[in-house]
Write a protein that binds this ligand. Structure first.
Ligand code: ADE
Ligand code: ZN
Length: 322
């Protein structure tokens, strides 16, 4: 078995970040939305990022092309088809409803398209997938609460909540109330922390939001006390190496925290984050790690096992994969 089809769970992927420039152009033409170019290669050339915000600016602007239920369906199906070829058997997929609401797209359109794609992918590709609704931290806690209230009629269509967008300046403490409400609704809870923000953001996500997984978490390695907590509790960390290099959260892949995180006994999983922007899907991330760090089959098997352990699948289903 090669890295390309090693069975894994993907736990950190933003569906909006899987919008390839080819589909971007199709949707722009379909919906009469202006783009800086209609050449997919020329659009990809614009993807030169210096930090998280420089990526977010382009990522949010591109999402203006998503208008109809069919657009969200096509986006979801395209990711699930590519992920299935990469060996993904289970996907827990982030989406950003506040971006679409701000673009005038009602929640039922977003849920309608994505949920139909997940059901069709299960039937035709045998891939299991669920949605995690993310709050945009730059819009603050009150807007997050409003969004969760608006999503209550769709509770059967998502399994958890997450926290993403610009990290520094928007600490987890701003979202304590909405995460408590999500817990009361029986939802899973995850949050981006320790991507650009420091270890204090990871502490807050654990202590104030009660997250079950930390998304990224690479800067946790700077705080030995925090590493000990994460190791002892086996809190999963959804690490995205190619994303970290593209957004300069790490200077080079060679200097990535992953080997230190594994050596410290942390429950690390490998994921793609926004594969259309960062040069690769989950198999590309695993291949890059294999090339850089010479991961052997045993280490790859550990990462794959970790991904199912860290998933929100029921225990019996997890055991079938581990
Ligand atoms: N939204 C999409 N990708 C993200 C990332 N890597 N960090 C924070 N928010 C995001
Ligand atoms: Zn992310």
């Amino acid at each position: 078995m090669t890295v390309a089809n090693w069975p894994v769970a993907e736990l950190h992927v933003h569906i909006e970040g899987t919008l390839e420039t080819e589909l971007l152009v199709v949707l722009a033409r379909r919906n009469d939305v202006a783009l800086p170019s209609y050449d997919p290669d020329a659009l990809r050339e614009l993807y030169r990022f210096t930090d998280l915000q420089s990526f977010l600016d382009i990522y949010y602007a591109n999402l203006a092309v998503l208008r109809t239920e069919a657009d969200f369906y096509d986006l979801g199906m395209a990711y699930l088809t590519r992920a299935s070829a990469a060996g993904v058997r289970r996907a827990e997929i982030f989406f950003d409803p506040q971006t679409h609401l701000a673009n005038g797209i009602p929640l039922d359109v977003v849920f309608g398209g994505l949920t139909r794609a997940l059901a069709d992918a299960r039937a035709t590709l045998g891939i299991s997938a669920d949605l995690i609704l993310c709050f945009l931290r730059h819009l603050g806690g009150a807007a997050a609460l409003q969004t969760l209230d608006a999503a209550v009629p769709f509770l059967d269509q998502f399994i958890g909540v997450g926290l993403d967008s610009a990290e520094v300046g928007f600490p987890p403490s701003l979202f304590t109330e909405v995460f408590a409400r999500a817990k009361a609704l029986g939802l899973h809870r995850v949050a981006h922390a320790g991507e650009e923000g420091g270890p204090d953001y990871v502490h807050e996500a654990l202590d104030l939001l009660g997250v079950e997984r930390v998304d990224h978490g690479i800067r946790a390695i700077e705080d030995p006390g925090l590493v000990e907590i994460l190791r002892e509790r086996q809190v999963p960390l959804t690490v995205c190496p190619l994303s970290n290099v593209c957004l300069r959260a790490t200077p080079t892949l060679a200097e990535h925290a992953l080997p230190a995180m594994l050596a410290a006994g942390l429950l690390v999983t490998i994921n793609s984050d926004d594969p259309a922007y960062f040069g690769g899907y989950i198999d590309d991330n695993l291949s890059a790690l294999q090339r850089e760090f010479g991961l052997d089959n045993q280490q790859l098997a550990t990462l794959a096992r970790n991904s199912f352990r860290a998933s929100f699948l029921p225990e019996a289903e997890k055991r079938r994969h581990i």
